[in-house]
Design a protein around this ligand. Sequence first.
Ligand SMILES: [Zn+2]
Length: 336
Amino acid sequence: MDQQSLERIALLEAENERTEMEMNAEVETQGQNQTESVTQPCQRAKRVRKKQRALCWDEFTSVGIEEDGKERARCHHCGIKLVVEKSYGTSTMNRHLTLCPERPQPETRPKYDHKVDREMTSEIIIYHDMPFRYVEYEKVRARDKFLNPDCKPICRQTVALDVFKRFEIEKAKLIDVFAKHNGRVCLTADLWSSRSTVTGYICVTSHYIDESWRLNNKILAFCDLKPPHNGEEIAKKVYDCLKEWGLEKKILTITLDNASANTSMQTILKHRLQSGNGLLCGGKFLHVRCCAHILNLIVQAGLELASGLLENIRESVKFVKASESLNCRRHRRTFC
Ligand SMILES: [Zn+2]
């Protein structure tokens, strides 16, 4: 071999060595990267595992190993110390939390139900005789929102609809009660006119004793009455009302005041009810005159005679109440 050939071989060997070193370096770098990529999740898992502590430790604090060589933990609520047995895990602490007398109970607030809310609101309107606009009062809505942030507002049109639906439901129930009722029903009816609008109104109320011997009073009609307010019109209104409730054959009496229209009304009503064999003893006991109204008339007539005297007494009482000196003397007597 000549000198040139020997030099070329030495160069090739040097190049091979360099290439091998570079390749080894790359492999080492990749290895390190891989090691890092493997070790990172492991460390994360360790961290996560470290966080995954039993929930009961949120309500207990370790007090360490005590004189008897046992490790104990203290309850945050009642302060009792419990032995922490590694072999049994946290079952002792969990059992104590279920029985701890001082532990605050978790909130059991029922979930907001808009349907129930609407039903209850319509009951408020009916029971307390509130206007439909009550549901739109600013302060009422603010309080509802405070009591339950999920609460949805209700408008007056919606609540009016709910009240009418409730009326229909209750009416159907009462019709059913009357259909099953074996006894008779007594009525009272009254008419009056509004002083401001001159509109006439009628109210018909039923009174009956149920199977438990309880006296029940139910309003059957409370509505306006178009003029003329004569016996024929009133009798028609009452008869239509009785037909609507299915009571045309179950009436015993009707109590009315002594207005002349009422006298002619009961005659017409008796004839209509009697034609359907709906009255006892041919309607002999149908008309009852209102004793309270008669007594009121007597008292009013008596008071009319003494009206001048009563006026003088009223004026005297006003004078005594308004007199400062008399009032002062009376107060002094009270406080001394
Ligand atoms: Zn406790």
